[in-house]
Design a protein around this ligand. Sequence first.
Ligand code: ATP
Ligand code: MG
Length: 410
Amino acid sequence: MKQSQLFTKTRKEAPKDEVSKNAQLLIQAGFVYKEMAGVYSYLPLGLRVLNKINDIIRKEMNKIGGQELFLTNLQDPKIWEATGRWSDDVVDNWFKTKLKSGTELGLGFTHEEPITRMMKDHISSFRDLPLSAYQIQTKFRNESRAKSGIMRGREFLMKDLYSFSRDEKEHDDFYNKAIIAYTNIFSKVGLGEKTHVTFASGGTFSKYSHEFQTVSDAGEDIIYIAPNGLAVNEEVFNDEVLKDLGFEKKDLKKEKSIEVGNIFSLGTKFSEAFDLTFSDEKGENKFVVMGCYGIGPGRLMGTVVEALSDERGIIWPETIAPFKVHLLSLGANEETEKIYNQLQQNGIEVLFDDRDKKAGDKFADSDLIGIPYRVVVSEKSLSQGGVELKKRAENDGKIFSINDLIELLK
Ligand code: ATP
Ligand code: MG
């Protein structure tokens, strides 16, 4: 894409009303637009990143057998009354609305209730199980604090998967596969080393839930990391839990962290509330054993910005960068146009800065936007035999011939 055609503009300064680094950089570079506190629109560059994150998540969910669907946002209070979760005393972050007739509805903050009810139409026999279904869909939560940019939205995207199994053993098998899938996702988006599988409170159905916590000063959580890489959330941190997990207090490292994912065993809590049963091999009726598995793609994107940016801007990992190459023409538009076409013909995603701007401004914008490879074409580089290639995360570039450049990038 030609940058002269991109309608979004970078800003010279970070927005003054944002305190989080992710919102400051993403707004300054033109990835997102702030509608109001905790409500952000995704602009073309931001949507490219978000879609790449979603594709990585989708692949991993499909690999463990997840089937994609798309549930509604408008929620019928009746089904939430079945679990007691319609009450504002129980759930403090509902957005509720009304039909013209006055009937109350809710905007979904999660989807255990509707998917459990829906599955009553589709699960009846042991032959129907196990199964899992997921969506990447908007959630609404009336969060009281919205100071963390796209990491804590009041309207935000969630990938939520729900698993349905015949018994605990079958559930545990799927749950363990989900842990591996999640680990793959966080590695692929560049957060592998900083993200820890963390024991957190499990509610009433299991001893623990598992969170995926990325170490960052911008985090709202505190975790204690053991030498083996596993961690425990401060909210469940006590001597009994440490003993149970085999953690030695003196070996643990305390860190601030961001919860990028969370998986839960739900037992039969929801299937009992909705009478979701199946008949087993002996013809006996049993409650389905469930689990739920969440990731916030937007929060993940914000976490990457928090964890991987520097004082000049964002540093996207190649896997989720809006483009692979930022091609900058410094007074050599004709030559650069040819290179642009060649890169595109080789299937390389390029943002071509063809704007009539000073070199310094182009460099500053390139660092701010954070595309992994910067290719500069100028009279000087051409006289030296080609173009200058520099990685965003490195300080020095090198001259490459056009052919070598294409070989390297393709
Ligand atoms: P938190 O404790 O941070 O409020 P949560 O435990 O309520 O999060 P879950 O219900 O477990 O969140 O949601 C699953 C995932 O959705 C989270 O791990 C996170 O990645 C994402 N998420 C949750 N709330 C938000 C939000 N307000 N904005 C963006 N992403 C969110
Ligand atoms: Mg959580």
